[in-house]
Design a protein around this ligand. Structure first.
Ligand code: SAM
Ligand code: SF4
Length: 326
């Protein structure tokens, strides 16, 4: 079965946030004081999330990404992932993490059936990493990356949110990581979701980075794979890995958008910038899983054609990405 929206886009990708809690406080994702913690009863149980996931796969979703907050801080996450993996029809189960707990958990994530990991890493310099994450330890993430390699993940995607004047001078250093290792280093345009002072102007367009990197390296374009997502990939000639550009600001990929998302409270969104849209909790209180499928169809029908966030200006209400899952 396939799921289409009113613009003819196939919707086959569900992002599930399992918590809004996090062991970091990245300055572009959360306000300094953090976000109001949800009580245990406010977030969906694993069983409830699983029911929504099953309903989505029955409708045509093929890929699920588990995210947060930081998904690895939620107790029992590995068993939950192993359960998702058993859903008949699900082709790809993937996870996004900040890597802080990966050294301890990489093996069990692999054993649970997680196919690939996206690891967020915005600086290779200790002090800067600490400043961006408000206290995080870079060595924890690097140890997590090592552990994930040892656990046998075939390639790792490393996501760097590039911010002008903050870490954009490290782009070539990140690209160099692909020379010997099969990493996919992805440069993500910073999205000014928080609306704090100066944040609207920190975005660095992907084509600016590409031009800069082209001065340093000979780059060749890489063809997209099915279910690859919005990144456009290049390879430094002869390198083991790839570099990718994700450009939600300068070059909206909305026309190719194939995703819906559910927050840890059970709010389903067709677009990151939707306000609210649909609360699954009342439906989950009943035992009728057909109603879950119908609700997901409704969200897909209402999915916006494109988001309105632009560099320098936007009309969205500010929000912490950690509450939605990025
Ligand atoms: N805690 C996990 C992590 O950091 O990978 C998963 C959740 S995090 C909200 C998911 C992704 O959203 C991360 O790659 C993060 O860098 C990205 N993100 C958060 N805020 C962002 C922003 N304002 N602009 C662009 N990407 C952002
Ligand atoms: Fe936490 Fe990820 Fe947001 Fe950083 S980007 S604060 S690690 S949820």
């Amino acid at each position: 079965m396939s799921l289409y929206d009113q613009y003819g886009r196939t919707i086959n990708y569900l992002r599930l946030s399992v918590t809004d809690r996090c062991n970091l406080r990245c300055r572009y994702c959360m306000p300094a004081a953090g976000v109001r913690k949800l009580e245990h009863d406010d977030i969906l149980s694993y069983e409830q999330i699983h029911r929504v996931a099953r309903a989505a796969v029955n409708l045509g979703v093929e890929k699920i990404r588990v995210t947060g907050g930081e998904p690895l801080v939620r107790l029992g996450i590995t068993d939950f992932l192993a359960g998702l993996k058993q859903i008949p029809g699900l082709k790809r189960l993937v996870l996004t993490t900040n890597g802080i707990l990966l050294e301890e958990m990489a093996q069990e994530l692999k054993a649970a059936g997680v196919e690939s990991l996206n690891i967020s890493l915005d600086s290779l310099r200790n002090d800067r990493f600490r400043a961006i994450t408000r206290g995080g330890k870079l060595e924890r993430v690097l140890a997590g990356i090592d552990a994930a390699e040892r656990a046998g993940f075939p390639y790792l995607k490393i996501n760097m949110v590039v911010m002008g004047g903050v870490n954009d001078d490290e782009v070539a250093d990140f690209a160099a990581l692909t020379l010997d290792k099969p990493f996919k280093i992805r440069f993500i345009e910073y999205m000014p979701t928080l609306k704090g002072g100066g944040e609207q102007s920190s975005t660095v367009a992907g084509d600016v980075l590409l031009a800069k990197l082209s001065h340093t390296y000979a780059l060749e374009k890489v063809e997209k794979q099915v279910l690859d997502g919005p990144a456009v990939y290049y390879r430094i000639k002869g390198a083991a890995g790839e570099i990718g550009f994700i450009t939600p600001m300068s070059c909206h990929f909305c026309s190719e958008c194939n995703r819906i998302r559910m927050t840890s409270r059970g709010i389903v969104k067709g677009c990151l910038f939707d306000n609210g849209v649909l609360d699954m909790r009342p439906l989950l209180a009943g035992g009728n899983d057909a109603a879950l499928g119908e609700a997901l169809r409704r969200v897909v029908r209402m999915k916006a054609g494109r988001h309105t966030l632009m560099t320098g200006t936007s009309d969205h209400a500010p929000f912490a990405m950690a509450q939605i899952g990025g």
